[in-house]
Design a protein around this ligand. Structure first.
Ligand code: HEM
Length: 415
């Protein structure tokens, strides 16, 4: 079997094990913004930069269909998810997510999450210490369920949050973390498929205009409603990534600890600064390492080529730390976003291109809105940061401050 027709299954895992520095290191060795390499024996082209983003997101160049390895589908995205579609099928499914781009969606989700945070803080204060990552995940799970119209007992929120974060934590590794992720996905898909069935039979009423109502009533290109399983997968594609904002909340707390001068402008409600801070957290801290697709034809980019069927990889972490774009990429400096307008395809922690027509994350506005809100709430909260290991390993994907950010003596708002 020739290397291009071999299945991609399992090939991404060892690569991801090399961590966030893998592509940036190879780019540095090649001293450019493109690298022709082999990924597990398969020809690959790795690129970065705003023009490369436009090249990557042009469907004439790169396809997603069959590009995502099964271990990633079986944990992170779900089989048959919107991420796996191209062309007309993708556009039809993407319609489901377009309302997420509306400012009213951002305001609605931010309000629900903010309320859930306020409800949780007194309880955090009764404990000697809390792990912020875990608590933020529970708050986000509660908030997004209420906003999406998906029923969830308050008592079940912690377990559901653990499942949501497990799916993200285990996608890029073999072994126990991966198995935990698969089991978590199985449990959550089952719960949500049952809910979809109940909504369709009338046993449960979905709130008017909610995400739940939209997913249950959505028709694909074929004109058929989504199967219960696919509907559950797409519901999870709203619930899971919103809970994953817990990574950014932990990173925000890390930034406030390391660079406390950011606390005052956040706490006093400087909205432009809150937005800049949210962007800098998403740019600076490592989360998504890279994105991949398959060459739709023989491709040439800046003198390098890859044959049809080869891998094309967009170096997300590398682009967000590219000196030619950011000047001082390894400085945490939110004000860089106040000093100049940053182009659509420069900052790509959640993908590039147009979210309405391409694969760019439709939850980016929600992410920024919720992060602005929670960063301000965190900045206003009283707490101390006891001695702990806050190291962020670049070898682990996804990574996190090692301790999950332990806070002690949590108290009322300090405003
Ligand atoms: C922790 C914050 C988040 C990060 C880092 C993130 C990152 C990403 C990335 C990298 C992609 C893939 C882009 C591509 O394939 O080109 C993506 C796609 C997607 N994201 Fe997010 N995301 C986040 C939050 C959200 C939220 C809050 C939602 C919804 C409420 C969401 C829903 C989606 C969906 C549905 C897709 C698939 C889009 C498509 O294939 O057309 N994400 N996200």
């Amino acid at each position: 079997m020739d290397v291009l027709s071999r299945p991609l299954i399992d090939r991404t895992l060892p690569l991801l094990a090399e961590g966030y520095a893998w592509l940036p290191n190879r780019m540095r060795d090649a001293s450019g913004s493109v690298v022709r390499t082999r990924i597990m024996g398969r020809p690959a082209l790795a690129l970065r930069g705003p023009e490369a983003v436009r090249f990557f997101y042009d469907e004439r160049n790169v396809h997603r269909h069959r590009a995502i390895p099964e271990p990633v589908l079986g944990t992170l995205f779900g089989h048959e998810a919107v991420h796996t579609l191209d062309g007309a099928a993708h556009r039809a499914r993407k319609e489901l997510f377009l309302p997420l781009l509306e400012p009213t969606a951002v305001a609605g989700l931010a309000e629900h999450v903010s309320d859930a945070w306020d409800e949780a803080v007194p309880e955090w204060g009764r404990r000697a210490s809390v792990v912020l990552f875990d608590e933020a995940a529970t708050v986000l799970t509660r908030g997004v369920h209420r906003w999406a119209g998906v029923p969830l007992d308050d008592a079940e929120a912690g377990a559901a949050a653990r499942d949501m974060t497990a799916m993200v934590d285990g996608f890029a590794t073999a072994g126990p973390r991966h198995l935990r992720a698969r089991r978590a996905r199985g449990r959550q898909e089952e719960r949500l498929a049952r809910l979809v069935r109940d909504v369709r039979t009338g046993a449960v009423t979905a709130p008017a205009g909610s995400v739940l109502e939209r997913v249950c009533g959505h028709h694909d290109l074929s004109g058929e409603p989504l199967s219960e399983k696919t509907a559950a997968v797409e519901l999870l594609n709203v619930l899971r990534p919103t809970t994953a904002l817990a990574w950014f909340v932990a990173f925000a707390a890390h930034a406030l600890h390391r660079w406390p001068e950011n606390r005052a402008p956040l706490a006093k409600g400087d909205v432009a600064f809150q937005t800049a801070f949210a962007h800098e957290v998403r740019r600076f801290y490592p989360f998504v390492p890279f994105l991949g697709g398959l060459a739709a034809r023989d491709l040439f980019w800046r003198g390098a080529w890859v044959p049809e069927g080869g891998l094309v990889v967009l170096d997300v972490y590398g682009q967000n730390h590219d000196e030619t774009l950011w000047g001082d990429p390894y400085a945490f400096r939110p004000r860089r976003f106040l000093e100049r307008a940053v182009g659509r395809d420069e900052l790509i922690p959640q993908g590039g291109g147009d979210p309405a027509s391409g694969h760019r994350c439709p939850g980016e506005g929600l992410t920024v809105g919720v992060l602005e809100t929670l960063a301000a709430q965190l900045a206003r909260m009283e707490y101390t940061v006891p001695d702990q290991n806050l190291t962020i390993s670049l070898h682990r994907v996804p990574t996190l401050p090692h301790s999950g950010v332990v806070l002690a003596g949590v108290g009322r708002a300090a405003v």
